[in-house]
Design a protein around this ligand. Structure first.
Ligand SMILES: Cc1cc2nc3c(=O)[nH]c(=O)nc-3n(C[C@H](O)[C@H](O)[C@H](O)COP(=O)(O)OP(=O)(O)OC[C@H]3O[C@@H](n4cnc5c(N)ncnc54)[C@H](O)[C@@H]3O)c2cc1C
Ligand code: FES
Length: 274
């Protein structure tokens, strides 16, 4: 069975949106879950978070950044093209219920997975304060959708081209220092950003959840590739996560394991581009 891409466009340079026809997945998908796809029978399996889902249209929306061979190859596909394997929804859904005031933080391509969580939190009756950030305005996307999903939205760019000149963590720190009660923080983005958010919220004792992105292969808890350390216990992000208590995550191990295959990844991309 193969899966058809119904829509495809580049949102901002190197970040693309694809909508894939997958009725069964679209009916079951929940915020926080992901799919594992393989473009063709020779391809590598890669995980991508479900950025949106539409059960009536039977589609799943993915947002991905061109980073290596497979994402570069995916970026070249167009509406009407087919993907060989499309497995999901995988992982545990985000815990969404009435917490009170929730801060949703999305950095870079992490804005995509934080969007359905912010929307779900708002629908569950929470006051949602969202903070999104990117290196520059030119690669910031879905500000409009995040605005709709949030009670308050703040933007940060590293170069100051939009919103606060600096990091999302500066804004999170300001929000916490305002002294109002914050019941939960959810942060999704590069590991270094998630680690920084965890560092900011810890002294305030605010429960903080991050979505981990270790290398995954089977997505079923069998291969061990996605092993992470949380509270000194080994967890498999594909079945036990991908969301975990940020104050318990060993981010150094996560980052070391993510960099494990850099020479092979570089070589695969060079061979592909050649
Ligand atoms: C649960 C989960 C959800 C994710 N959601 C998104 C998303 O919504 N959008 C997005 O742009 N990216 C997402 N990623 C990261 C995405 O899977 C990688 O960018 C992609 O696999 C890179 O493949 P590549 O061949 O293009 O690059 P490569 O050159 O092969 O790798 C580049 C880097 O990507 C990471 N990576 C490589 N292979 C894998 C793999 N099999 N599993 C996980 N990471 C890998 C490593 O850090 C690696 O150094 C997610 C990762 C996980 C684990
Ligand atoms: S990806 Fe194989 S155990 Fe998680």
């Amino acid at each position: 069975m193969s899966f058809t891409i119904s829509k495809k466009h580049e949102l901002v340079p190197t970040i693309h949106r694809i909508d894939v026809e997958a009725l069964r997945l679209a009916e079951k998908a929940m915020p926080g879950q992901f799919v594992i796809l393989r473009i063709d029978e020779h391809g590598e399996r890669i995980p991508l978070t479900i950025a949106d889902f539409d059960a009536s249209a039977g589609t799943i929306t993915l947002i991905f950044q061109e980073i290596g061979k497979t994402t570069r190859q995916l970026a070249l596909l167009a509406a009407g093209d087919q993907i060989t394997d499309f497995t999901g929804p995988l992982g545990r859904p985000s815990e969404i219920r009435g917490f009170g005031t929730v801060v949703c933080v999305g950095g870079g391509v992490g804005i995509a997975p934080i969007f359905p969580i912010a929307r779900g939190m708002r629908e569950a009756g929470n006051r949602v304060i969202s903070v999104i950030g990117a290196r520059s305005e030119s690669i910031l996307f879905w500000e409009d959708r995040m605005d709709e999903a949030s009670s308050e939205l703040y933007v940060a760019t590293d170069d100051g081209t939009k919103g606060h000149h600096g990091f999302v963590t500066d804004i999170v720190q300001n929000i916490l220092e305002r002294g109002e009660r914050i019941d939960r923080v959810i942060a999704i983005g590069p590991p270094v950003m998630m680690r920084a958010v965890a560092g900011v919220t810890k002294p305030f004792c605010v429960k903080t959840v991050v979505s981990l992105n270790p290398i995954m292969v089977d997505g079923t808890g069998m291969c061990g590739a996605c092993r992470v350390l949380v509270g000194n216990e080994t967890k498999f992000a594909c079945v036990d996560g991908p969301e975990f208590d940020a104050h318990e995550v060993d981010f150094t191990l996560l980052m070391n394991r993510l960099a494990m295959y850099l020479p092979e990844e570089k070589e695969a991309l060079e061979r592909y581009e050649h």
